[in-house]
Design a protein around this ligand. Structure first.
Ligand SMILES: Cc1cc2nc3c(=O)[nH]c(=O)nc-3n(C[C@H](O)[C@H](O)[C@H](O)COP(=O)(O)OP(=O)(O)OC[C@H]3O[C@@H](n4cnc5c(N)ncnc54)[C@H](O)[C@@H]3O)c2cc1C
Length: 390
């Protein structure tokens, strides 16, 4: 395996997460996947190691690292169990990052600390039945009743929808203004009357990650739970997703890396025609393509993370990393199944799971089509092309 050019601290983080995942997660992969177990005890153990507050400063109980370290944590978890990596990514880069970045000092004290220490689990609810890629078309409404904001609507596909403690919920506060000034982000705590975890999805992959709808049935939220200012929600979402997409890119790299390593080992062990299949050029070419693509994806992810650590906006770079890495994960997992032959198709071997898990990466936090739109628009803007508003 190529040793990426990490600092000593980053190498230590990688080794710590890798050892943890091998010890605490790998032995249970199949059982948790088949039974769709959300392994809460693993989250408690990860909290003790700082995995749930990777980018939160130490003063708020986090590990105090940057994006470059965050992507290492996510890659290493995904190399073993992508569903847990997805949960950790969503907790860190969506819910916690949203409140940390745009919340008041009081909100940071009240929510970011417990989230970073893993005492609370975060959820981030944007998607709705009628608003997936078209996130500006939210139907969930929040209206002011004189003493509180009243939230009404349904969220779909919320990671930690049934197990979350702190939900960041996006809702329409002014329909006239639409996405430019009409959406607002709210913090809603578990147990608030009217916040009702809905149907937990049974999924193709990422089955350890809890995904559910969330119903807001006249859920009353105090004014101090508005994140930033009323009307700023959509602008915040775009910035949160920039960070989130780098995390999904890292998740995809981890899946591809795990599938590649499994295929590499299997190619040496499996013999056909009296020799290891690794001696066949057709297998070698697949291994070569896998190795090259994983490395290229990792470079794009780390470049986007590094730019973020420099305080730079990365609308194009995050989308490029997410788009490329997620499509690499799907291709590499596909090749891994091919190298395993029939054994790649059965659950006693590890690669069918990577194959199932990988697909989510081309869908969650913006599909591949949406990433291409973001990248193309940004590229056109950079040469001064005037796009029509959409
Ligand atoms: C496991 C899982 C976890 C998730 N976690 C969360 C979460 O924590 N919080 C949250 O808010 N959401 C979450 N999501 C939702 C996810 O972000 C959405 O599923 C995703 O954005 C796509 O939306 P959609 O499913 O409605 O697909 P649609 O938007 O209906 O897209 C359907 C197809 O149409 C294409 N399409 C749509 N618009 C265009 C266009 N303009 N041009 C070209 N093609 C287009 C899409 O690319 C796709 O191929 C999660 C989803 C899953 C499956």
């Amino acid at each position: 395996m190529v040793d990426f050019d990490y600092t000593d601290v980053q190498r230590m983080i990688r080794d710590t997460v890798r050892a943890f995942a091998e010890r605490e997660i790998r032995p249970f992969l199949r059982e948790w996947d088949e039974r769709e177990v959300f392994p809460r005890n693993v989250f408690q153990k990860m909290a003790a190691l700082g995995f749930l507050g990777v980018m939160v400063p130490e003063q708020y109980g986090g590990a105090g690292y940057g994006s470059s370290e965050f992507v290492i944590v996510i890659e290493e978890l995904a190399r073993v169990e992508p569903g847990i990596a997805l949960s950790v990514a969503a907790h860190n880069s969506l819910c916690t990052a949203h409140i940390y970045r745009f919340g008041s000092e009081a909100q940071r004290e009240r929510y970011v600390g417990p989230l970073a220490r893993g005492e609370k689990l975060g959820a981030w609810a944007l998607t709705e039945p009628e608003a997936g890629s078209d996130a500006g078309n939210l139907q969930t409404q929040a209206f002011w009743d004189g003493t509180a904001w009243v939230l009404r609507g349904t969220k779909n596909f919320t990671t930690h929808g049934t197990v979350g403690d702190v939900y960041v919920v996006m809702a329409v506060t002014d329909r006239e203004k639409g996405r430019k000034g009409g959406l607002t982000a709210f913090i809603v705590e578990r147990g608030t009357p009217g916040l009702i975890p809905g149907k937990r999805e049974s999924k193709l992959g990422m089955r350890t990650s809890d995904t559910a709808s969330v119903i807001l049935d006249d859920c009353r939220v105090p004014p101090e739970n508005v994140i930033g200012e009323v009307g700023q929600g959509f602008a915040q979402v775009l910035q949160v997703l920039e960070g989130g997409r780098v995390g999904i890119g890292a998740l995809a790299v981890g899946i591809a890396q795990g599938a590649f390593e499994a295929a590499l080992r299997y190619a040496q062990e499996r013999r056909q025609f009296g020799r290891p299949i690794a001696e066949f050029q057709a297998i070698q070419f697949m291994l070569a393509d896998m190795a090259t693509q994983v490395e290229a994806a990792r470079l794009l992810v780390h470049r986007a993370a590094w730019l973020r650590d420099q305080g730079r906006a990365t609308p194009k770079e995050s989308s490029m990393a997410k788009l490329f890495a997620s499509e690499v994960a799907v291709r590499v997992a596909d090749m891994a199944v091919q190298i395993f032959g029939g054994y790649g198709f059965v659950k006693d071997y590890p690669v069918e799971k990577y194959y199932r898990d990988a697909k989510l990466c081309t869908i969650g936090e913006g599909t591949s089509e949406i990433q291409r739109i973001v990248i193309a628009r940004q590229a056109l803007r950079e040469i001064g092309f005037r796009l029509r508003a959409s």
